[in-house]
Each structure stands twice: as structure tokens, then as C-alpha cells.
Design a protein around this ligand. Structure first.
Ligand SMILES: Nc1ncnc2c1ncn2[C@@H]1O[C@H](COP(=O)(O)OP(=O)(O)OP(=O)(O)O)[C@@H](O)[C@H]1O
Length: 433
């Protein structure tokens, strides 16, 4: 409830700022077109008042990109880390607090406030784009291209009012970020990194679970399959498995990851979904893909090159118990794709996700006062005008919820909030996948 009040307050503040900004540009052009999303950088007047110093840290997995950005955050007097996963935000908050830099943890599921904290570690959807920061980090910035969560990364990238903004991720994002920031007047510098420890692709598949060993992580993409594999491995009588997947309650996920990382614990094998794919520092010696196909909500598709690299990159983390990583798969038919994915570079990203801010939807709704929220949303998205740098992120789920909340006696703002909160709870955002 407290969180809802806070979001309410933030929305009001953003709405005032946004409408002021919008009406002045509308006056200049002499016409009102609320569906014109061609200049999203103008939605963030506080950030636009700064010339931000943006540093892009890019390179392969496990190359120290986040490490270097976090060093800057730690030494700043006021900062925020924005991560793609709740577990990553948790890991960063823990690290900063341990280094005597008090840090709050704010995700879609929890808010842990530390007395005197000037730093925050948040999941990207929770980033506050109305507060000033000396230093901000957006981790896994290549997710601006994600079909469902891209708009949250775009919002943070364009909107965080930070003197220094560190972006960590895959080099495939560099031209896109440069294009997006060309309109803002920020200064952009790119730093390239090389992997710190070796990652070897095995010439043979695992074959059978009798070949499994301590430090192995078996990756699959459904909860049912995770528990099936856990049962099969534990049935051999030699190992116990921790499990990590997106929809596991956050506290349980953290405990499972900690149990696997602790070498004095008996849970020496991890069975996980791609929830482990980003940035997490787990003590994994070998990644074993049980499949290279994933159901993405509408179809069963092959994993992309960046997805295979991200997940494989969890093996052999620098400074961990297993600094030499290995990657393989269960079935020998999958080996060629793993080899080719790990040998090729990711294709450049071409467009970033975007979603209309509430103030634009509100202004648009005033032109159509009798329409339902569903109709306004659907119409807005259909009529939205975009520059070639952006696409509208998938709002199917939001439309489904809008159809339900339209039956309730709520105002537009409450309906919008409700749809966003349901999306977070359902795991469409906030790193639940
Ligand atoms: N210079 C360093 N000294 C000590 N430890 C380091 C250094 N650089 C990186 N590390 C450690 O190596 C591990 C990997 O680093 P980091 O998480 O920064 O990599 P990354 O490039 O961001 O990886 P990914 O893209 O997979 O998230 C971390 O445990 C980090 O603390």
C-alpha cells in the first residue's frame, strides 16, 4: 500500500512535469498530437537539464564490466544501481552494505530501507527518474531491445538524472545507445572489456546424469522440467540440487542461490532457468543446456545467440571457486549450435522498446472521454508515431488486465497503476523470467 501511495505521488509529479513540457512543445508546433512519440528524450526534463557523462562498459560476460561501474557507484556520494533481476539488485545492495555504503533495496516485491542510505539498488522498473544522482548504473543495457521490458530500460536510460551514468552490457548495443543519446546532448564514452577467465565449450555432451559433478548447473526453461531434472539427478544418490527460476518467491530464490554458492552445503548442483542468465555471480563450474528451445509465451523457439552466450557466461566466474568454466549440453544434437553461438558475435541491436508514459495516455483520453481504458490503450498504441530508433513494447498482458479493470469503478490513473502492478506480480517485468 505504501508503495502504491509512493507511485501515486511520483506519477502526479511526473504528470505535472510532463504536461508542462508537452504543452509547451505542442504550443510551439501549433497542433496537439498526443500519440507523437518521436522525441521520447523530451519526456524527462530533469535529466535534460544535465549534460550527463555516460560511460558504456561493454564486452563478453565475466569481463569485469559491472565490477568497474560498481567501484564508481561505491565512491559516489549519491547513487543508484538499476538491475534486470531482483536477485542482482539484492546482490548489489548486499555488496554495498558490506562495504559500509548504506544501500536501500527496492524491487517490485520488497522495500528494505537502511538508515542513512544515500544509495539504492533497484530493479529497473522501480528506478526513480525524478531524483538527482551523482552516479547511476544500468546493468544489462542490451535489454533496451527486449520485446516486453525494453521500455523500462529506455525510460531509465533517457530519464535518470545522474551526473555520471554507467551502462553495462553486450557490445551489440553500442550503436543503438549512441543514436538514442545523440538527441540528449550527453557525452558518451565506450570502454571495451575482455573475459577475465577461460570458458571452454566441450567437444562432448554430458550424455547421462551419472556424469554430473559438483558445481554443475543444468539449464532448462520450465518449472516442471526443473523439478523433473532435480528428481532424476537426486535419484542417483550422489548429489542434492538447489533450484532457481523466475516465479520462485524471492526469499526462496535467494536462499537456493546461497545454498548452492556455499561450499560447505550439500546442495552442490544447480538446476535453473534462464533467471540465472544475467550478471549473477554463482559458483558454477559447468553449464549444461538440457535443451536449446524455450517457450516464450507464444511459441517454442530456439535460443538466440545472445541468450546462449549470457547463460553460458555464468560458468567459471573470475574469483569464484571454479574460475575455469565449461559449457556443454545433454544431447549431442545441440552441440553444433552451442559452438557456433559462442564463436560468433551478437548482431547489433536496431531499436529500443518504448511505452507511453501515463501523462500522454491521460491527455489522449481527454480527447475521448467516453472510451474505456482498454480502448484508449489499444487506440493509442495503434496510432503511435515513432522514430525508426524505437518500437512499442508488447502490451498484450496490459490489455488483458485493462479489459478486467474497466469493469471496476476506478479512475484512469488507478487503472494504469493496477495494470502495471499486475504485470510486475505476474512476472512480465521485474526480472521474473
Ligand atoms: N579487477 C577485479 N578485481 C577483483 N575481482 C574482479 C575484478 N573484476 C571483476 N571481478 C570479479 O569477477 C566477477 C565478474 O565480474 P563482473 O560481474 O563485473 O563481470 P561482467 O562483465 O559484468 O559479467 P556479466 O556480463 O556476466 O554480468 C565478479 O565476481 C567480480 O567481482
Amino acid at each position: 500500500m505504501r508503495l502504491l501511495f509512493r507511485i501515486h505521488a511520483e506519477l502526479n509529479r511526473i504528470r505535472c512535469l510532463g504536461l508542462r513540457q508537452f504543452s509547451s512543445s505542442a504550443k510551439d508546433s501549433g497542433k496537439l498530437d498526443f500519440t507523437d512519440l518521436t522525441c521520447p528524450h523530451t519526456w524527462y526534463p530533469i535529466a535534460r537539464r544535465k549534460k550527463r557523462n555516460v560511460i558504456l562498459h561493454v564486452g563478453s560476460t565475466n569481463s569485469g564490466k559491472t565490477y568497474h561501474a560498481l567501484k564508481q557507484l561505491e565512491s559516489s556520494s549519491l547513487g543508484v544501481y538499476c538491475g534486470p533481476l531482483r536477485l542482482l539488485a539484492w546482490e548489489v545492495a548486499k555488496r554495498l552494505n558490506k562495504a559500509n555504503v548504506p544501500c536501500d533495496l527496492i524491487t517490485g516485491q520488497e522495500r528494505e530501507e537502511i538508515e542513512g542510505a544515500k544509495h539504492k539498488s533497484v530493479t529497473v522498473e522501480m528506478a526513480d527518474v525524478t531524483s538527482d544522482y551523482k552516479c547511476a548504473i544500468i546493468d544489462e543495457i542490451q535489454m533496451v531491445g527486449c520485446n516486453t521490458r525494453g521500455s523500462s530500460f529506455t525510460r531509465a536510460l533517457l530519464g535518470l538524472p545522474a551526473d555520471e551514468l554507467h551502462l553495462c552490457g553486450d557490445a551489440a548495443v553500442v550503436p543503438l545507445v549512441q543514436k538514442m543519446l545523440a538527441a540528449t546532448g550527453d557525452s558518451v564514452k565506450v570502454q571495451y572489456y575482455e573475459r577475465l577467465s577461460p570458458l571452454v565449450t566441450s567437444k562432448v555432451p554430458l550424455g547421462a546424469f551419472s556424469n554430473i559433478k559438483t558445481g554443475d548447473c543444468v539449464v532448462t526453461f520450465s518449472r516442471r522440467e526443473i523439478y523433473k531434472l532435480k528428481k532424476e539427478i537426486e535419484g542417483g544418490g550422489k548429489h542434492l540440487c538447489s533450484v532457481v527460476y523466475g516465479s520462485l518467491p524471492s526469499g526462496t530464490r535467494t536462499r537456493q542461490a546461497t545454498m548452492f554458492n556455499d561450499e560447505h552445503n550439500f546442495f552442490d548442483i544447480l538446476v535453473a532457468s534462464d533467471a540465472i542468465g544475467m550478471g549473477l555471480n554463482l559458483n558454477i563450474s559447468r553449464i549444461i543446456f538440457s535443451t536449446l528451445k524455450k517457450f516464450d509465451g507464444s511459441e517454442l523457439r530456439n535460443l538466440t545467440v545472445p541468450e546462449i552466450k549470457q547463460i553460458a557466461g555464468r560458468a567459471g566466474r573470475y574469483g569464484s571457486r571454479f574460475p575455469n568454466g565449461e559449457v556443454t549440453c545433454l544431447n549431442k544434437e545441440d552441440l553444433p549450435l552451442i559452438h557456433s553461438a559462442l564463436e560468433s558475435s551478437s548482431p547489433f541491436l536496431e531499436r529500443a522498446g518504448l511505452f507511453p508514459a501515463f501523462d500522454l495516455l491521460l491527455s489522449y483520453s481527454r480527447l475521448h472521454p467516453t472510451r474505456s481504458f482498454y480502448a484508449i490503450l489499444e487506440d493509442f498504441v495503434e496510432n503511435a508515431k515513432l522514430s525508426p530508433t524505437y518500437f512499442i513494447t508488447d502490451c498484450e498482458e496490459m490489455l488483458r488486465v485493462a479489459a478486467v479493470v474497466d469493469e471496476l469503478p476506478l479512475g484512469l490513473q488507478e487503472k494504469y497503476l493496477f495494470c502495471n502492478r499486475i504485470e510486475i506480480a505476474n512476472g512480465h517485468v521485474d526480472g521474473q523470467h
